[in-house]
Write a protein of this length. Sequence first.
Length: 162
Amino acid sequence: MERRTLNGVSMYKVTKELHFCYGHRLMQYQGKCRVPHGHNAKVAIDLEAETLDAIGMVIDFTDIKRVLQGWIDNHLDHRMVLRQDDPLAKWLQEMGEPCFLMDQNPTAEAIAQLIFTYAAAQGFAVVEVRLWETPDAFATYRRHQSAGDDPSRLAGAGKVVM
């Protein structure tokens, strides 16, 4: 647990790492990621609080894992994560394969934002999500001070389809 100061206010910060596997491809992209492929992802979720609870925690790591790993397992893990208009999505749906469809290309940045948005909507005091696609490459999505804590103002919607 880290304690830092933000605008003169002491803050506690905890980070929980979660893991999952997913496949994706990027539409309208000329690099290797234009073809379907997979990743063993790691996600780090940072939460902050000015004070600790009665037990002395920002939040119980078990609660983070139960809620967020559960959602990731049910929506992203071992699924193809595709943009809604990807022709591959229709074919996979017809084959009964699990997919998660997003409004935008399923980049590491977009998936980090998706996880951030879900965590915030569940009431977690999330300030940053980092998603590693590979051991040496990650994307970050963090709360912007002017965005406030209203998760409905954040983009990155998606849905599970079979």
